[in-house]
Design a protein around this ligand. Structure first.
Ligand SMILES: [Zn+2]
Length: 181
């Protein structure tokens, strides 16, 4: 794959929103993960105008909620906001707690929206493309890995009824086209 474009947004490290050390999940099995799975938070649903502080607080709130649910903390590897920012959750090296039966085989990212009401912003979709490119360029995920929604494996609408399989397919193809060669 070719190098990432210069306008690739920075990925915001976990220490920005979680100042205390925290070990999530288990080590991922060796080798690249074979699948991308998209989710939505439902709550909170943050707009593109959210500040860095708003997003940090939202990350921490979901983390605390997932601790109470006994998921072992923030359950997704990555988070994407309508601002276009990408935040580190568990990161590449740890299993998620987002999709029953697929947590050691996939990398999960979450859009901070209610996908039953609306779709992610254009910037958020672009960020998803970047995240996929970064994951595959770095070898954490297999090149061309399938991108699906949580609903592939659960009786849920996740990442939301308004977020279509067509949009997910388009995102996958856009990355393939941008980073071919
Ligand atoms: Zn989900």
């Amino acid at each position: 794959m070719s190098p990432l474009p210069a306008d690739t947004p920075p990925i915001i490290e976990r220490k920005v929103w979680l100042p205390t050390p925290y070990t999530f999940g288990h080590a991922m099995p060796p080798g690249p993960a074979g699948e991308w799975l998209a989710h939505h938070t439902i709550v909170p649903d943050l707009s593109a105008r959210a500040t860095l502080e708003d997003e940090a607080r939202a990350m921490l709130n979901v983390h605390r909620y997932h601790e109470r649910q006994k998921y072992g903390g923030f359950s997704y590897q990555w988070a994407i906001f309508d601002s276009g920012r990408i935040w580190e959750g568990r990161g590449w090296g740890r299993t998620g707690a987002h999709t029953k039966g697929r947590n050691s085989k996939s990398i999960g990212f979450v859009f901070f929206i209610n996908g039953d009401k609306r779709s992610p912003s254009a910037k958020a979709w672009k960020a998803a493309q970047w995240l996929i490119a970064v994951g595959e360029v770095s070898g954490n995920v297999a090149r061309g890995a399938s991108l699906g929604g949580h609903r592939r494996y659960a009786k849920k609408s996740c990442p939301g009824a308004v977020v279509t399989d067509e949009q997910l397919r388009y995102t996958r193809v856009a990355v393939d086209n941008a980073y071919r060669r």
